[in-house]
Structure formats: C-alpha cells, structure tokens
Write a protein that binds this ligand. Structure first.
Ligand code: SAM
Ligand code: SF4
Length: 346
C-alpha cells in the first residue's frame, strides 16, 4: 500500500522545504556528524591522557542520526562528513554509513569520513560499497616512535595498512596533518613527498585551543602562513580554486604534482564563507567549532518528532555566529572552550 506524505506528518517534504540560511546570508550545505566521542587513540593535541567518555545511552541511535540527516538534506545539505572521536570504532558503524549513503542522489551529493585510519583495513571496501568516495585520514608523522608518542597508543603499521586497503578499494585519500612546532615541523616536506608520491592530497591544520590536552598549545603553535612561505622558498606553489566544501585553501605543488591544503583557523579567520554546522554524538548542534551556542536536536526529536526538529533547525540559523573567538597567546593559555575536538567532531 502506498502512503502519501499527508498521512505521514513525520516526513518533511523534500522539495518545498526552506533552505537553511543564517543571519549573515550564509547557506548551510555541509553537516559534520560526530558518531562517537570515543577513540582508540589519545592524540596529544586532541585529548587528555585520561578521558571520561559519554554514557552510551546519551548517544544518538543510528535511526536518530538518520532522521536528523534526512531533515538536513531536505533543507539543502549536500554533504555529510562522519567524524568523531574515531567514527570507525563505533559498533556496527557500517549500518549508519549505508543508511546515509542511501541519501546520495536524493538531495545529498556526498558522504565522507574523517578517520585516524587504524580500522580502515576491515572497513575500506564496505565504505566504498556504501557510496563513500573520499576519505580524510589523519597522520601527523611517518616516524613509528613519534607516531606512538603523538597518538599515545596508536600503531603506525595499522594506519599504513589501512591506507593501503583504502587505496585498493578505490577511495580517494587526503592526509590531514596537524602542524606543530617542535613536534613534527621537520616532517612537513617529507610528508608532502610521501603523500603526493602515493597520489594522496595533504592538508596542514593549525592546532586549535579546544579542551585541556597534553601539549603546550602556545609553544607548539605553528602559523601556517609562515609554513607556506617556507614551502614557497623551496617549491613552486600555484594557488588553485580547488574546494572540497571545507575551509581548506589549496595550492598545486609543481615539483610533487599534488595539492597541498592549508586550514588556518588561527592565523586567517575563514568564517565569512562558513557553510557548516556540527552535530555531536549526543545530538547537540553546534553552529561553530569555536563558540558555545548550540541547539539540542536530540531533545527536539525525542520530544516532538520531525516538526520540532525542523523548528530547531530554524532556531539554529539565528544562533550561527559571525565568526569564532579563538585567541592563542601567553595571556590566554587556558583553552577557549572546555570542549575537546573529539566531542564536536573535527
Ligand atoms: N579520529 C578521527 C581523526 O583523527 O581523523 C576523526 C576525529 S578528529 C577530532 C578530526 C581531525 O581533527 C583530525 O584531523 C585531528 O588531527 C584534528 N584535530 C583534533 N584536535 C585538534 C585541535 N585541537 N586542533 C586542530 N585540529 C585538531
Ligand atoms: Fe582520536 Fe582523532 Fe582525536 Fe586523535 S585526533 S585522539 S584519532 S579523535
């Protein structure tokens, strides 16, 4: 028996829904979803050594995440990125990837994933089958010992093997490297050669002051403007208008034949073109990584279903700030926000 939309008030009609536009005229087309705050690593810039994770009952179910994704897609979101914590440590994660992959071609253009790569070997083929075409894999060093120090408990061999598996499955890979003075600054050029040699992109990220962690953020802060100048002295960097929907700006490196991206939240505020919002594993929607304002979507769906969810998305648009307030210097050594990156999702 076929059922019309009128008989199902819980399903928002796709074509007539209003786009999500904030007070500054920016349209939200990109949703990042943290599927868990848990992780098998404890990277020094991301987590403290001893983390307390959220009780599982507070975490959104796959059905709830899909309900929220459906509402966003109906209102114009074109791209969903699954992240965490480590998305691939959530049990049965492939069920969720398949559900979300099912929206591709029905409003959604792309599902991507940011992962530390440790669990890619068992999951790479399934991801490709579910419609994932591109992955961001975080890798800050190629040195085994340094990798163990930065991640506190990771094994680089697992990540390298995972990258091979993803490559074999036909997934396009971009390496994310948090650039840290005195930690991995000396590895940026070797990483560039390695990544481009394998056909991977490389994106450098400035460390952001989120949550109490294991390193001195001021000492390790490496402005990427400075790094780009250093690279320009050695390589031919050709600015491109390549975009992947995120905040990175890319140059083509003539000598290595690949793209290098720079994510510079600290040295260059890119907020004016921000098209993103972020859903935490417990259903809070943050309109900005660097601000505390949020809307509780879990409360909305558990209390009022799709109608309340839709209204919550409208409220969220009124709360999206013009920009973040990150400041990092000796006068501001405590993190701007107590929230770790693993909670909001990187
Ligand atoms: N576990 C996955 C991973 O590591 O790719 C996904 C979540 S992680 C929070 C997403 C990205 O955020 C990673 O590339 C990580 O390096 C980055 N990240 C974490 N904490 C950060 C911080 N304080 N500043 C800048 N980037 C950070
Ligand atoms: Fe885990 Fe990713 Fe954070 Fe590292 S950066 S601790 S892998 S969530």
């Amino acid at each position: 028996m076929s059922v019309t939309l009128l008989e199902q008030p819980d399903i928002a009609p796709r074509s007539t829904a209003r786009p999500l536009i904030d007070r500054y005229g920016r349209q939200i087309t990109y949703l990042r979803v943290s599927v868990t705050d848990r992780c098998d690593f404890r990277c020094v810039y991301c987590m403290s050594e001893h983390m307390t994770f959220l009780p599982k009952k507070d975490v959104l179910s796959f059905e709830e995440i899909d309900q929220i994704v459906t509402a966003f897609v109906s209102r114009g979101v074109k791209k969903v990125r699954l992240t965490g914590g480590e998305p691939l440590v959530r049990r049965d994660i492939m069920e969720l990837v398949e559900k979300i992959g099912g929206h591709i071609g029905h409003g959604l253009e792309e599902v991507t994933l940011t992962t530390n790569g440790s669990q890619l070997r068992p999951h790479a083929e399934g991801l490709a089958r579910a419609g994932v075409k591109r992955l961001n894999v975080s890798l800050d060093t190629l040195d085994e010992k340094r990798f163990a120090e930065i991640t506190r408990r990771g094994r680089i061999a697992d990540v390298l093997d995972g990258l091979d598996a993803a490559d074999e499955a036909g997934l396009k890979i971009k390496i994310n490297m948090v650039a840290m003075r005195g930690v991995n600054e000396d590895e940026i050029e070797p990483m560039l050669h390695w990544a481009h040699g394998r056909g991977f992109g490389l994106t450098l990220i400035e460390g952001m002051p989120l949550g109490e962690v294991g390193i001195d953020r001021v000492d390790s802060y490496l402005p990427l403007r400075e790094m780009r100048e250093r690279l320009k002295a050695r390589y031919t960097l050709e600015p491109t208008d390549h975009r992947t929907g995120g905040p990175a700006r890319y140059d083509y490196v003539a000598e290595t034949g690949g793209l290098i991206g720079f994510i510079t939240p600290m040295s260059h505020n890119f907020c004016e073109s921000c098209n993103r919002v972020r859903l935490t594993a417990t259903g809070q929607l943050y309109m900005c990584l660097g601000q505390d304002d949020m809307v509780d979507l879990r409360g909305a769906i558990r209390g009022g279903g799709s109608v309340a969810l839709d209204a919550a998305l409208d409220r969220a648009m009124l709360l999206k700030p013009k920009g973040h307030d990150f400041v990092l210097d000796r006068a501001h050594t405590t993190p701007a926000l107590g929230r770790h990156m693993s909670v909001t999702g990187g």
